[in-house]
Design a protein around this ligand. Structure first.
Ligand SMILES: [Zn+2]
Length: 100
């Protein structure tokens, strides 16, 4: 999955509440046991899965993510905490290859 697509998906999940916006109070890593990543919805087959318990108003939510997805989630939630409603402000100028 492309990084930009993944980032967008994570951002959407942050907006609709499927991923916690607040920090995760407990995080640990371990071998996967057939979990699906909460960020990209794919089966986690990497040797290490990031697991955590997020504290929500409604209770607790356990999350499992790829290491890569976790890094993007953490990045997005910090960026999104201040500008999550302003999706237009983010126009990354990374290598957008121009189609011929
Ligand atoms: Zn993932």
């Amino acid at each position: 999955m492309e990084n930009a697509v993944l980032r967008l998906r994570i951002r959407q999940k942050l907006q609709d509440g499927r991923l916690p916006l607040n920090g995760i109070s407990r995080i640990w890593g371990g071998p996967p046991a057939g979990e699906h990543c909460d960020a990209c919805d794919r089966l986690i087959t990497e040797p290490l899965v990031i697991e955590g318990i997020a504290s929500l108003v409604a209770g607790r939510q356990s999350v499992q993510m790829h290491v890569e997805c976790f890094a993007i989630w953490d990045d997005e939630r910090q960026a999104g905490a201040s500008s999550i409603t302003d999706a237009r402000s983010s126009s990354p100028c990374h290598d957008s290859r121009e189609a011929p």
